[in-house]
Design a protein around this ligand. Structure first.
Ligand SMILES: [Zn+2]
Length: 562
């Protein structure tokens, strides 16, 4: 058949299909309006995700499965499911016009219409019509997501309706031309496939902290891979700081950049994708959006951590590490059973003594100490208490912010200083071996009966060479006594209280602003990130902010050669 005839015939066919589709579409839209709510409310993770989540989600289980089945049925009624599910390489399609390959000389026909600037693959992969996340394609012209590519699928309709012809499957990263249906094999699409799911070769990952890299995004903006802004969608700055800090813990980062986690739950997969995007040297834009991971966290945490409401970074960090550990198949009882515990977990000795008061012969009160009880406990985050901030300051002292050295607040763990808790005296001491990374939480916020209080005391520290040996019980079998144990700071999450309004008076509700300072090891520089803002910071002034969560890396001791 002559080519022009074929095109004409295809054109006619398209008009017919379009008419059928429009009728269908009215139905589909009406159908979709109901499942829309169902899906959104329990966050539209796939059926696959829901099933693997079942053991973790106790009470919710029947609802979730119910909703999944319901959703499936609704989609089925809308005529989408059967197409969608066996859409992948269906050969018995009713459309005779489907092509396996482009007509000769036409293989780059639509590639010029691709618009890289419209692409944002950071958002959760949900069809913009059905809200399903099964078999989702991104339109490479307008960037929107559509389900399926078979006839009657949403991507197919979009191609007919709007005339956008090139689509990428978000799972397989194969690119197709619709409505024709053939796969495009072109080297010119490799950059797009890389942005969807960036994987760096091992040698490159291992060099990230050694060789400084500079890159440029599509708009020609310069950025340093690994030190990019993160979108604050509404109130997720607390979340951003934690993810940024963890993405700079070298062994954890390398694990998530190199391991293929397709058999693991979405939480681990989506964290891996985000870490790889933060370090992407060929990104289209010089910032990332945490939307996909946030959606999964929101669902898994039963909305304890969402993008709409600020939460406490340390609460989130603790929740996230435990859930990430579980996602990787880590054991609840066996220590060191995932990369998370291998990197952060240590142990400490807790000695507790009951304090009892008893009248002696002379009727005076005498305090007696009961026997000491010793317990060994594991930790991932160490909490540091601040000395009480002075309540009243005179006029002159108003601007003096109390300071305390880090070594002083760490003395909580030296086994000598005791804490009094109700009628119990407690002593803590860290045990060898200390973890490769220490997470320290400076406890600034407390709640009494009436108000949440904040302690603004500044903790002072050098960013290098923190000696942890005074807080560890000597154990010559593991570590030579008297030798220092050096740690260097790699990330520091800080808090700032900002007045909510220009003219607000003192004591009026303050807004919390979370930032993170990150060490750029390749440049030996510090970088401060607040959501989308990335700027250089000075190592000398890092401690002047209200440190909240610190990440310290144990320095590797070079083995002496004999
Ligand atoms: Zn489009």
């Amino acid at each position: 058949m002559h080519v022009t005839n074929l095109i004409r015939l295809t054109g006619l066919l398209l008009i017919v299909i379009k008419a059928i589709h429009e009728a269908n579409n009215i139905m589909a839209k009406r159908q979709a309006s109901e499942p829309l709510e169902v899906t959104y409310n329990d966050s539209p993770a796939s059926k696959k995700v829901r099933l693997e989540d079942v053991p973790d989600r106790n009470g919710d289980t029947p609802d979730i499965l119910g909703a999944a089945i319901e959703l499936n049925e609704e989609l089925g009624e809308a005529g989408a499911v059967e197409e969608v599910l066996d859409d992948e390489d269906t050969e018995q399609t009713p459309m005779k016009s489907r092509q396996k390959a482009p007509l000769e000389g036409y293989d780059n026909l639509y590639l010029d219409s691709i618009n890289r600037g419209s692409m944002d693959f950071d958002f959760e992969k949900l069809c913009s019509v059905t809200l399903s996340n099964i078999n989702v394609y991104a339109c490479l012209v307008c960037g929107k997501y559509y389900q399926g590519r078979g006839p009657k699928s949403q991507a197919y309709f979009h191609a007919l309706e709007v005339g956008h012809h090139v689509y990428i499957n978000m799972e397989t990263k194969k690119v197709y031309v619709l409505p024709e249906g053939y796969e495009v094999q072109s080297k010119s699409l490799e950059d797009i496939k890389f942005v969807v799911d960036p994987w760096l070769p091992k040698e490159e990952v291992l060099r990230l902290d050694k060789e400084p890299k500079t890159a440029w995004d599509l708009l020609g903006r310069k950025y340093n891979p690994g030190f990019v802004g993160m979108n604050n969608i509404k109130a997720n700055d607390y979340f951003n700081t934690v993810i940024q800090a963890l993405a700079h813990v070298t062994p954890l980062r390398n694990f998530f950049m190199l391991e293929h986690l397709t058999s693991k739950p979405q939480l681990a997969q989506r964290f891996s994708t985000l870490v790889r995007k933060i370090w992407n040297p060929r990104a289209f834009k010089s910032h990332v959006s945490p939307h996909e991971l946030l959606q999964e966290v929101s669902q898994r945490s039963a909305k304890r951590f969402t993008l709409a409401e600020q939460a406490d970074p340390v609460d989130f960090l603790s929740w996230f590490l435990n859930n990430l550990h579980a996602s990787l198949g880590g054991s609840k009882t066996k220590p060191g059973s995932s990369i998370v515990q291998k990197v952060f977990q240590g142990s400490l000795k807790i000695e507790s003594q009951q304090i009892t008061a008893r009248a002696d012969a002379g009727d005076r009160l005498r305090f007696e100490d009961a026997a000491v009880q010793t317990e060994i406990s594991r930790f991932m985050i160490l909490t540091l208490d601040l000395p009480a901030a002075p309540l009243f300051q005179d006029e002159l002292d108003r601007n003096i912010i109390p300071q305390v050295p880090l070594s002083a607040v760490l003395s909580k763990y030296d086994g000598i200083h005791a804490q009094e808790r109700l009628n119990t005296r407690v002593r803590y001491r860290l045990l060898h071996p200390l973890p490769p990374f220490l997470l320290l939480h400076v406890k600034r916020f407390s709640k009494n009966k009436f108000v949440a209080e904040r302690n603004p005391t500044i903790v002072t520290f050098p960013v290098r060479s923190l000696d942890m040996s005074p807080y560890v019980e000597p154990n010559p079998a593991i570590y030579p006594p008297g030798e220092p144990i050096w740690y260097d700071l790699v990330a520091n999450i800080t808090h700032e209280a900002v007045r909510s309004r220009e003219d607000s008076v003192e004591g009026e509700a303050e807004k919390k602003v979370w930032r993170v300072q990150l060490r750029d090891k390749a440049r030996e520089e510090w970088v401060e990130v607040q959501d989308l803002y990335v700027e250089k910071a000075s190592a000398e002034t890092i401690f002047t902010k209200e440190a909240y969560v610190m990440v310290w890396e144990r320095r590797k001791v070079e083995k002496k050669k004999k």
